[in-house]
Structure formats: C-alpha cells, structure tokens
Write a protein that binds this ligand. Structure first.
Ligand code: ADP
Ligand code: ZN
Length: 728
C-alpha cells in the first residue's frame, strides 16, 4: 500500500544530492504520496528527489521546509524503490548514488516551458559569423535534443545573444517541447516463425514461467545460431500479452540494430531503446513512457535496469556471461545479478541467454535456484564447427609473423572455395609493446602502470588504461635516439598487415573497436561482411559478440593461450567461453565450419576441454577448483581498491585496514593484502588492493561497512568496494 501524507505532515525525501541520507520536509498543499517525484529546497537551490517515507527525525513540523513542487510524472513504484534499497545494500552504495542511477534523465525537474526544441529555419542569417555557424552546427548534429537557450549557447560555445539573433532572423526556429509521443503499439498476437521442436519445448517452458506472474530465473542455453532469440521473443510475447512490460539487455550497442529489426518483424513495431547512443530527447521520452507503462518493451544497455518501469514482468539478459555487464566505474554492479534482484522485487521472470554461461549461473542451476532449458541443435540443423589445435612448437613461422603454414593453407582453400576466413586475435592495436633498440626501454604511459600500444592506422600511441594518446614519436622518449623504435608482438592491425602480405588479392576487413567512430560505422562494416564484401576478416573480441556471418567457414585463432597467462582465477572460464564463442562463428547448414587454434600448450586442460567440447565436464572441474579455493560462486569476495596520488598514502590506509580487520574475522572473512592492484597506477593515482574472502553465508556487507568505517580516509584518497570483483 502506498502511503499518503496529508498537507503539513513530515515526510522523508531522498534527493540526488551527495548527502548520505534522506532529509525531512513538510508535505505541501494537497499532500504527497510515497514515491512521488518532487523538488525540494536545499540551501539556496531546488533539487530533485523522491518521497521516501515517514520523516526520520523528530523536528517540529513547523521547522521543516515545505516540498516545493510535485513533478508531473508517475510516482516511483514500490518494487522499484525496494530494488534500489536492496541493490544499494548489496553493493554498499549510498542511496543518493542509487537514486542518481534511476534519475539519469535529462530535463526531468525543469519547470515547464523553459526548455525548447530548436530547428534550422528557412530564414537566412542576415550576417554569417563563426559564432553563428557554431550554433547551426550543433543543431545539425543533434536535431532532436531539447535545450534551454543558455544550454544551446553553452554547447556551441557562444553567448545567448548569438542564439537570440539567429532566432530573430528566422535562421533558427524555437518551439515548445511537444508532449512526448507514445511508442507505437507492439502486437504480441502476431504469429512468430514456426519453431523447431526443441525451440517449441523451450518457448513453452518460458511462456509458462512468465504466466505465473511470479519471480523465477531460467538459463536458456544454446550455441550461437540455435535460435535463442526466437525463443525468448516468445517469452516477451507472453509478457506483453499479459499487459506487463519487458526489458531485453544486450551487451553491445552494435547488436541493437539487428535486434530492433527482429522485434519489428515479430511484433509489428520497434521497441524503445536505451543506451549511450540515444539522444537526450529520446532518453527523456523513454524514461517517462517506462514510468507511465506505455513503453512496453525496452531494449538497452545495463543502465536500463534502472528505468522506472511501472509493471515489469520479464528481463532477458542476452549473452549473460559477457563481462561488459559489469559496471566498473562509479556504482560497481553486475547487471546480470541486479536483473535477478530487480525481478525478484517485481515478481518478474529472468531469462539468461548464452551459449557459454558464466560459472555463477551454472552453479545456480546446479543448486536448483535457476531453471534451465537447452536448445540442442543449430537452427536448420547446421552442425557445430570442427575444432583442432595447431601445435606452434612444430610449425615453421619466421620471426615477426604469426600465421602458421597450416593455417595459411586452410585460408587458401577458403579463398579458392569463395568462403570467408576469420583471423582472431584478442588484442587491439598494431603491437602491444614498442621497444627502443638503442636503450632497451619499452614506451610506457606517463600516468599509468601500462605500456602504450601502437595504433598504426591512427599513427598514435595509446594507453589502454586511461585512453590517452600521443603521436607516434620518431625518437625514443627515454634516450632520444631516432629510428630505433620497434614493435614487439602482434596486435590485430599487425595481423591484418601479415594477411595482406600473404594474400594480396584477398579483400580484407578489420573489426576492432578502435577503428569505428560510431556504432553506425561498425554496423555498416558488419553488414558488408555479412553480405560477402570481404574474403578475410581480422578481428578482436568484437567479432565474438553475436554477429552472424553466413559465408564464414574458417576461424583461425592466433594465440589461443593468450588468456591463460596470469594468476586470475577466472582465466580458464574466460578462455573457454571466448574460444567457444569465436569458433562458433564458423559454419552453417550447407558448409560446415572449421576452427583452428594456434597454441604452444595443446595439452593444457583448458585447451583440451575446448577441443573435446565437454562443457559439463569443464564446468564441474572448474566448480571443484573454485569450491576448494572457497571463491565465487562458492564463497564470497570483495575487492577494496584504494587510490591516491601518493603511493605511500594508499599503502598506509591499506595497512591500517589490514590491522583493523578483527570485525571481518568475526564474520568469518579473511583479508589478503594490501598489495599493488592488478594495474598499480591509473591516471597518476597509485592503486592498492585488498581482497576479502568470506564463506557463502557470512554477513559480508555489514562486516565490510563496519570495517571500513573504522579507519579515516584522507581527503586525497578514494576507496571503492567492489562486491564480486571480476578478477581475483
Ligand atoms: P541465437 O540467438 O541462438 O544465436 P537466433 O535466434 O539468432 O539464434 O537464430 C539464428 C538464425 O536462425 C537467425 O537468422 C534466425 O532468424 C533463424 N531462426 C531461428 N529460429 C528460426 C525458426 N524457427 N524459423 C526460421 N528461422 C529461424
Ligand atoms: Zn595511461
């Protein structure tokens, strides 16, 4: 039951301002309800907030400032508020930060009428000036954005007078923001494709789950091309038919376009989209329509999990194992795990779709917490690719080259047959290391603990930690000697060069995230490849994600051992998943695929498991190791990263925490460290890490909170707690 607070009564309002708790206010005339979006005075300003419940303090009500305004949007539903609280408690994130995730929407609190839509008018600017051109350029770039006049001027870097002048001359039109248009209706009753028998069984199971109207999670497992999307669209249809909303999460914006088309084919209209590539005006519309319940299906990135759905009945997490679902900045959360939490608050179903599920999900299935349905064949009975290793110890490959004679022959055959090959190397750039042959130094980032990577197409050196780039120098930055810098090791651009040398007549395409300025450019390239516009594709992890290339029959993995180095306990799982994903790109019904893995360790257990295809065997072996080590998913972990411009300050805090760890010991947890973090310096800040390991049932969050609260954090220092860190 939503509580109503009559006029004049005290209420708590959670605001998006950096305070650690809700503040008390007086209900305005007409009263307020729990969940209402409001503006409240804070110091001299008005800030956005949500009515969170009864007032917490015991101030006399006359002393409280009144709520200034109730916003004209539907109140935040109780299940969503519960979710924010539970997600905040789980990730140890203050509620204000959680609320900010939920209100990342432009223009929500604006007084009506202040923001306008601007368009290019037919009038001629009476004078052409550089400043006026800048405004016109912004409008040409962002035709659907909504601005206040001052924001438009700021964006263009000019004074508001320039904007006013353009409006007066008719070169720019200013209009009120139109009321957000409804999304076109989706029709769940339209017939989908006739399903294959195993698809039908899976679809029926998902429909039945959705029909319960209660929480539940199902793993939908099947190799790429087995028809999972077709199956979970049936679950979406069931959800829509029951009048509830559905959310589909995709790991990569570039996959959205194809998905939208499939939704359109299935339901007769396109769904709403939510990701960084969507304009502000569109985001605002989607947020509001989600709250009103009018946006029935939303497809988006992980942040769409924080949209204010009115009645969410289904969340699909496609490619659920994908590491990009982990948010690594700001609030640290796993969108996969948070989907399950949100669904349990909403009484909704979750479908986790993957060809190579995470060990976490597999363990939850084993434990009976999740259901599982499998698609056993590729759709249309195409067969899985054949896998083989190439033992690099016995291949004759000249220095500075990486493609073995065996792989080269296989590629030649594809060229003769008019089929495509993919050369896969999970490393961006031209070469991972640039070495000075005069002084022996490797060029490193000046503010990170990382070597800079040569990107030859961009003619720049780039740090993959902080993203900073610099022109490729002629002389060594250390010793100043010219002409002695040499690339060491291969990156995807260097592989492309080698391929071009080996097959000068072949049409070559490179797929690496650095080479595409926009999702649209990437999509165009993907479409061209799919249509046969390339003979050989050289790509990074980007190609492993869900794109369909029907002419591709050979995958050559340059360095299958790459992910196995290092001490990360998830290395085996990651390599296993990635190799299966990549090799799954090859082959289709009429033309079976072949995947060749170049390796120096053909007998490594992970490489063997990949070849044998014995997934269940691999998983149980992995599970046994993790269980023995007491790490996730069988134990709990948290990473505490402390960063400071001074290494000593960071270490001192780490040591102080380590000494104060008796509260953790009481909860059965152990502390490791402090030690330099896996990347010990980023953007000039030194990073120190402590790892905390605890048994499954231990009250980890409360112990962590009590532990960290004991030790004062210096002003210059940042401390972040990562529950369930990606690497450990
Ligand atoms: P996945 O999501 O498992 O990779 P998809 O659902 O994308 O698989 O299916 C792979 C291809 O097979 C797609 O082009 C899809 O349109 C097609 N397909 C899947 N199921 C059917 C079906 N029942 N009838 C016709 N085509 C189908
Ligand atoms: Zn850097």
């Amino acid at each position: 039951m939503t509580r109503f607070f009559p006029p004049g009564s005290p209420v708590a309002v959670l605001t998006t301002q950096p305070l650690d708790r809700a503040l008390d206010y007086r209900a305005p005339q007409g009263g307020v309800s729990e969940g209402d979006f409001v503006q409240v005075p804070l110091g001299p300003r008005l800030v956005l907030g949500v009515v969170w419940g009864e007032a917490a303090g015991d101030w006399p009500v006359e002393k409280l400032r009144p709520i200034a305004r109730i916003l004209d949007v539907p109140p935040m539903a109780q299940p969503f508020r519960d979710f924010l609280e539970r997600a905040g408690a789980y990730t140890l994130t203050p509620m204000v930060a959680m609320l900010r995730l939920a209100m990342r929407t432009p223009g929500l609190g604006d007084p009506p009428g202040k923001r306008k839509v601007y368009g290019l008018g037919t009038g001629q600017a009476d004078r052409k000036t550089a400043a006026r051109d800048k405004v016109l350029e912004v409008l040409r770039d962002r035709p659907t954005d909504v601005f206040a006049q001052s924001e438009l001027a700021d964006r263009a870097g000019v004074s508001t007078g320039v904007v006013k002048g353009l409006i007066a001359s008719g070169a720019v039109l200013e209009q009120d923001v139109p009321r957000d248009a409804d999304f076109p209706p989706l029709d769940p009753a339209r017939a989908g494709k006739p399903l294959a028998p195993d698809q039908q069984v899976a679809a029926d199971a998902l429909r039945t789950s959705v029909a319960t109207g209660q929480y539940g999670t199902t793993l939908l497992k099947g190799v790429t091309g087995s028809g999972k999307t077709e199956v979970y669209l049936e679950a979406v249809a069931e959800c829509l038919a029951r009048g509830r909303q559905a959310l589909v999460l995709l790991p990569e914006i570039a996959l959205t376009a194809e998905f939208l088309k499939r939704v359109e084919a299935r339901f007769g209209a396109r769904p709403a989209e939510w990701h960084s590539g969507v304009t502000q005006a569109e985001r605002r519309r989607t947020w509001r329509k989600a709250a009103e319940g009018q946006a029935r299906l939303i497809v988006g990135a992980r942040s769409s999990l924080f949209l204010p759905f009115r009645d969410l009945g289904l969340i699909v997490v496609d490619e659920e194992h994908d590491t990009s679902y982990k948010q690594e900045d700001g609030v640290l959360y796993s969108a996969r795990d948070m989907s399950v939490l949100r669904a349990s608050c909403e009484g909704a179903q979750v479908v986790l779709a993957s060809a190579t599920p995470s060990l976490e999900t597999w363990a939850n299935v084993e434990a009976g917490k999740y259901s599982r349905v499998d698609l056993t064949s590729r759709f249309g009975a195409s067969i899985l690719p054949k896998l083989a290793t190439i033992d690099m110890r016995s291949e004759d490959v000249p220095g500075g080259r990486w493609i073995s004679p065996t792989l080269k022959r296989a590629m030649e055959q594809r060229l003769i047959d008019g089929e495509q090959s993919l050369i896969f190397l999970n490393r961006r750039g031209y070469a991972p290391v640039t070495l000075c042959r005069a002084c022996g130094q490797q060029i490193a980032c000046h503010q990170c603990d990382a070597r800079t990577v040569e990107h030859r197409f961009l003619k720049r050196l780039m740090c993959h930690q902080c993203g900073e780039t610099a022109p490729m120098p002629d002389a060594c930055p250390s010793c100043g000697v010219e002409g002695k810098l040499a690339p060491v090791g291969p990156g995807v651009e260097r592989m492309a060069e080698e391929v071009a040398g080996l097959f000068p007549e072949a049409r070559l395409a490179i797929l690496s995230s650095d080479l595409f300025g926009s999702a649209r450019a990437l999509k165009a390239q993907v479409e061209e490849i799919a249509a046969g516009g390339a003979d050989i594709i050289v790509g990074t992890q980007l190609v492993a994600k869900g794109h369909n290339f029907p002419l591709l029959t050979l995958v050559g993995v340059i360095d299958a051992d790459l992910g196995l180095q290092g001490s990360d306990l998830r290395a085996a799982e990651r390599t296993f998943q990635l190799m299966r994903q990549v090799s799954g790109r090859a082959g289709r019904a009429e033309a079976p695929g072949l995947a060749l893995l170049q390796t120096y360790q053909p007998d490594h257990p992970v490489i063997r498991a990949i070849l044998s295809g014995d997934e269940e065997g691999f998983w149980s072996a992995e599970a046994a190791e993790r269980r023995a080590a007491g790490v996730p998913p069988y134990g709990r972990m948290a990473g505490i990263v402390i960063s400071d411009p001074e290494a000593q300050v960071a270490f001192d805090l780490g040591n102080a925490l380590a000494r104060a760890s008796s509260v953790l010991a009481d909860a059965g947890a152990e502390v490791y460290g402090p030690a330099p973090a896996p990347i010990s310096r980023i953007r000039g800040r030194h990073r120190v890490r402590l790892l905390v390991k605890a048994p499954r049932q231990s009250p980890l969050q409360s112990a962590l909170a009590a532990w960290v609260a004991q030790v004062p954090v210096p002003k210059s220092t940042r401390l972040s707690i990562d529950i369930d860190p990606q690497s450990f």
